[in-house]
Design a protein around this ligand. Structure first.
Ligand code: F6P
Length: 547
């Protein structure tokens, strides 16, 4: 049995180190070392990672690196890249890295090199995306397909939603892309109101092809199409992305129109597979592959850099430092780029579905905290929503800021104002404003002594609030690939330290099971199922209202 994390030497030392370090102010660390930013900045291609505005010193890092080594991180990274079955509860390899293995060196799952199959699907995907873009693959009535509708949920939706939006500037001019994920009929209705059956391609994306939301939405869209164009139109307007050919055929999609992926690709890690078809169609297969190139560059960086120069490792360890020693169980990701507006939503599934676990790899209930709550949104919008709490709430919230140096839309001074804002947030959070400083400002603004006294505390900022700043040259496909892979590996490292399986998601099952019980009750076809009195009352009330 593996030694409990809390009993490792590094953990104990970190606990002691925390006791004295918690009082140390970042502004003092900066004042004491004018080279702190040089020391704590890393670069990969056009991505710069400044982690200097965090509450640590060299000793903290040393202990965190030791913790990573005590937890066998070096070997665990090799195991993932080698194709070992690190998703042990499902007996699967975890090989999203193979999907962007641009070196094409063999990677084995179950003793078989996975690269030939991956390359074959990528080539088929490229061909299909080109054919749609060039109007060679036409709709049933001979028209070009210009509306792409991805039907999927979770990992079969959030990656494509995020990446197509991030790359909107690269879209073919005559194409539009829509997403249907929610089972709420409104999601379907609103998209179908906007598109024309003759020019619409539906991509049914589902790893399992059994997900109730996706299949229900796909059936509704299929009926809509068949009502308009007849049954034979399905072959020209529906394709499927799945690991489950049997269910795809059962649904009525020709296997020729199916693009395969594999069990060794987790849903939330699947945007690099054919699940990214909508990205390849609207932004083009070249850009899709540039995204793979960027992710591959990050993979190489992660797999080969020592921990001291390893971006995902440092991100992860600082996260552990806050989560497990400061007791801060949340963090915010704030891209200052409108095209990255869905990045936090994407990362929510990536992080929280991966590391929201409470049983360790040996089957023990865990007595330390694991995955944090992740939230966020695009800056500067969020400065006007949740930033009050980030600056003056009782607890700090570590933030990741992402900012491109160059905007895709350099209009007037918009971008300078955007950049000034993101940098100001990091500085303000780190430095804060003492009561004395606040008082001096108030006095300078002409407030009376009494007013200064009454207001100075409200106007002060504790500071010492950590943030990472990621500067990228531009949000292009390559950089997007790097950014996403970077967070994937951060999540992996934290999963290793917490000794959990980051690659299953059994926590979503219970709700699904219970929904299947409740469904027949709502439609009046079943009664007598025992629920708690609250659930029973809610069922009855809703049934009454629907009458
Ligand atoms: O929410 C649970 C989940 O299994 C996710 O992990 C997955 O991304 C999503 O449902 C969709 O699953 P599928 O691609 O099989 O439809």
């Amino acid at each position: 049995m593996k030694k409990n994390l809390l009993k490792t030497k590094a953990w104990k030392k970190l606990t002691d180190h925390y006791k004295h370090f918690k009082k140390i102010e970042m502004r003092d660390l900066f004042d004491a070392d004018p080279k702190r930013a040089d020391k704590y900045t890393l670069k990969l291609d056009n991505l710069m990672f400044d982690y200097s505005k965090n509450r640590f010193n060299d000793h903290t890092l040393k202990l965190l690196f030791r913790l990573a080594r005590d937890c066998g991180l070096e070997e665990k990274i090799k195991a993932m890249f080698r194709g070992d079955k690190i998703n042990f509860t499902e007996n699967r390899s975890v090989l999203h890295i193979a999907l962007r293995n641009r070196s094409n060196k063999p990677i084995y799952a179950d003793g078989k090199d996975v690269m030939p199959a991956i390359n074959a699907v990528l080539a088929k995907m490229r061909q299909f995306a080109e054919d749609v873009r060039l109007g060679k693959f036409k709709g049933h009535t001979g028209k070009k397909l210009t509306s792409i509708v991805n039907i999927g949920i979770g990992g079969s939706d959030l990656g494509p939603v995020m990446a197509t939006e991030a790359l909107r500037k690269y879209w073919a001019k005559d194409m539009n892309c829509y997403f249907i994920s929610n089972i709420d009929g409104t999601a379907c209705a609103e998209v179908l109101n906007k598109v024309n059956p003759e020019t619409t391609l539906f991509i049914v994306s589902s790893k399992t092809f059994t997900t109730i939301e996706t299949l229900t939405n796909a059936r509704t869209c299929r009926k809509w199409l068949v009502d308009a164009l007849g049954e034979p139109a399905v072959a020209k307007h529906f394709i499927a992305i799945s690991t489950n050919q049997k269910e795809v055929e059962k649904f009525g999609i020709n296997p020729e129109n199916m693009f395969e992926f594999w069990d060794f690709v987790g849903g939330r890690y699947s945007m690099w597979s054919a699940i990214g078809m909508s990205i390849a169609i609207v932004a083009g297969p070249d850009n899709f592959e540039k995204m793979l190139d960027g992710a591959f560059a990050m993979d190489k960086h992660f797999a080969t850099s020592d921990f001291e120069h390893n971006i995902p490792v440092i991100m992860a360890l600082l996260g552990i430092w806050y989560n497990n020693f400061f007791g801060v169980k949340r963090y915010a990701v704030i891209p200052y780029d409108q095209y990255l507006q869905y990045f936090p939503a994407y990362l929510q599934q990536l992080d929280m579905e991966s590391n929201g676990k409470s049983v360790d790899r040996e089957g023990n209930f865990i007595n330390y905290s694991t995955g944090p709550v992740l939230f966020g949104g695009a800056g500067t919008n969020v400065q006007h929503s949740f930033f009050q709490l980030i600056h003056q709430g009782t607890d700090f919230v570590p933030c990741d800021f992402i900012i491109p140096a160059i905007s895709h839309n350099e209009i007037g001074d918009h971008h300078e104002i955007l950049v000034a804002n993101v940098l100001a947030q990091g500085e303000a959070l780190m430095r804060g404003k003492t009561e004395k400083e606040a008082a001096a400002e108030l006095a300078k603004a002409g407030k009376s002594k009494d007013e200064v006294k009454a207001l100075k505390r409200y106007k002060s900022f504790s500071g010492n609030r950590p943030s990472n700043t990621f500067v990228v040259k531009k949000v292009d496909p390559y950089t997007l690939g790097e950014l996403v892979a970077m967070y994937e590996h951060k999540v992996f490292v934290q999963g290793v330290i917490w000794n959990i399986n980051s690659y299953d998601q059994m926590g979503v099952e219970l709700g699904k099971q219970l929904a299947l019980n409740i469904l027949p009750e709502l439609s009046g076809n079943a009664t007598g199922i025992r629920h708690d009195c609250s659930t029973s009352k809610l069922i009855e009330a809703i049934k009454k209202m629907r009458k």
